[in-house]
Design a protein around this ligand. Structure first.
Ligand code: IPE
Ligand code: IPE
Ligand code: MG
Length: 246
């Protein structure tokens, strides 16, 4: 059924405002096909494009993609170099389409740790898309949740403040002022957070699928959202209270 309240089985009145994605399983996807791991990363770009497109279509306001963790620097040099090169080529290739879709790109992570060309192309896409009012696409690159928290603490200390509220604290994170994700999707079947958005996921609904990231398509994304829409978010309360509040 396609009408104003539903699209692809997704209830349009219950769209999460922020969806975060741990795009995992690229290496295993490639290995299964007897290919080098980097082919999995290349194919993963197609999945990212699909999910961004689907998010725009559904009216999701914020999407955070885990592109490269701080821990990923410990991978073999060849793989790290390929990932950095892929980042640069993807940004350059996608810039026009991002403008067309009115997407604003915001990086989160230790961007200064990136090689010059990756940092420069990231800066370029951020500057070019900064006025866009559509979807905000956050790219977690050289990202560590613990490091984000510690860097917030250090910013607070150097501002001279002695106490902060939870809301205040949030403004010191890499992308201060962005609402917490309601839904976190992890592909590739693992059941761990891998140092992603530790502060922001305090009450996020977690969805894990065995589908490897390069196979993840719009249909899988809709399924994750539909699953989320069937959850009861209790925030510590009991079901009966939620019924009364309706
Ligand atoms: C996720 O896929 C991509 C990055 C971490 C950059 P992986 O490369 O971790 O793929 P698996 O988990 O080894 O299959
Ligand atoms: C998490 O995936 C990081 C990204 C998807 C960018 P990993 O494959 O690096 O996670 P672990 O090491 O298996 O936990
Ligand atoms: Mg992995």
């Amino acid at each position: 059924m396609e009408n104003n309240t539903e699209k692809h089985g997704v209830d349009l009145s219950l769209i999460p405002s922020h969806i975060a994605v741990i795009m995992d399983g690229n290496g295993r996807w490639a290995k299964k096909r007897g290919m080098e791991r980097v082919h999995g990363h290349n194919e993963g770009v197609v999945s990212a494009r699909e999910i961004i497109e689907a998010s725009v279509e559904l009216g999701v306001r914020y999407v955070t993609l885990y592109v490269f963790s701080k821990e990923n620097w410990n991978r073999p040099e060849f793989e790290v170099n390929c990932l950095m090169a892929l980042l640069v080529s993807t940004i350059l290739k996608e810039i026009d389409s991002l403008m067309e879709k009115k997407i604003r790109v915001l990086p989160i992570g230790e961007i200064n740790d990136l090689p010059d060309d990756a940092r420069e192309s990231l800066k370029e896409v951020v500057a070019k898309t900064s006025g866009n009012k559509g979807l905000t696409l956050m790219l977690a690159i050289s990202y560590s949740g613990r490091e984000e928290i510690i860097s917030a603490v250090n910013k607070i200390l150097s501002s001279g403040k002695r106490t902060v509220s939870e809301d205040d604290f949030g403004t010191y994170l890499y992308a201060g002022g962005i609402p917490d994700p309601e839904l976190l999707i992890r592909t590739g079947g693992e059941m761990r957070i891998s140092n992603f958005l530790l502060w922001q996921t305090a009450y996020t609904e977690f969805y894990s699928t065995d589908v490897f990231w390069p196979d993840f398509r719009k249909k899988d994304f809709y399924n994750a959202i539909i699953d989320y829409q069937n959850r009861e978010r209790r925030f510590g309360k009991i079901s009966e209270q939620l019924e009364e509040e309706k």
